[in-house]
Design a protein around this ligand. Sequence first.
Ligand code: NAP
Length: 247
Amino acid sequence: MSDLPKVALVTGGSRGIGRTVAEKLAADGFEVYLTFVSRPEAADEVVASIEKAGGKARAFQLDSADRDAIAAFFKDEIKGKADLEVLVNNAGITRDGLMMRMKDEDWDKVIHVNLTGCFAFLKEASKIMGKQRSGRIVNITSVVGQMGNAGQANYCAAKAGLIGLTKSAARELAGRNITVNAVAPGFIETDMTAELPEKVVEAMLEQIPLKTLGQSGDIAAAVSFLAGPGAGYITGQVLGVNGGMYM
Ligand code: NAP
């Protein structure tokens, strides 16, 4: 047993689903390292809330679209300084629009943050976890990566790609006792979905057999399970947390 902190790294842990995941993993006993890109005050608030509850956390400004910065972060903050037990690839953005009008920059940005960023974190984490011969990786994909969604070609492509990445990584890393799974949220109440017009929300509810929107706690519970002792024999899976929207 090393004396290094037992860290769970949560990307985009400053708001929404990532915040609740960070708080849950801290309550589970991990020291949480969370990343954010634009709102330091939100990240500080999460750290304060975790510390108030008796846990430990640190926040890092780290753009998931910046591969060099991600490599430098692992070199400076993780390698030799922490036992990286859990990685949650959660940071994500939307730049919605119909395909024929979608700007190339909106396609590129969503793929860079939501897919390439996850690859960069996975690649670095797998080196550390590989040496430890243990680790849990959870990638936050989306129900629309499974179903498709008009107006979200970039986002759906990235999230579907993340499922392929999850399964390939699960096969590559299983020999080192590292599990890699995905959680696919349905329609969860966060800032990301708050912008949607009421009509769209009503139409969404029509598609959800459980007839209610999900909460970030529903996703945090799934992540906590996959990161916890009961899930050691589960890898390469996509756990839908979607109220039955996709079966
Ligand atoms: P959110 O409320 O918009 O929060 C996004 C988080 O990601 C924030 O902490 C944000 O930090 C961070 N972030 C954004 N771009 C980043 C970047 N380039 N580098 C580092 N951090 C970045 O989103 P959410 O609804 O909680 O979604 C979280 C994840 O769940 C995403 O991957 C999303 O695709 C997925 N998801 C959400 C839903 C849903 O219904 N909400 C459904 C399916 C899947 P800043 O505050 O600094 O910008």
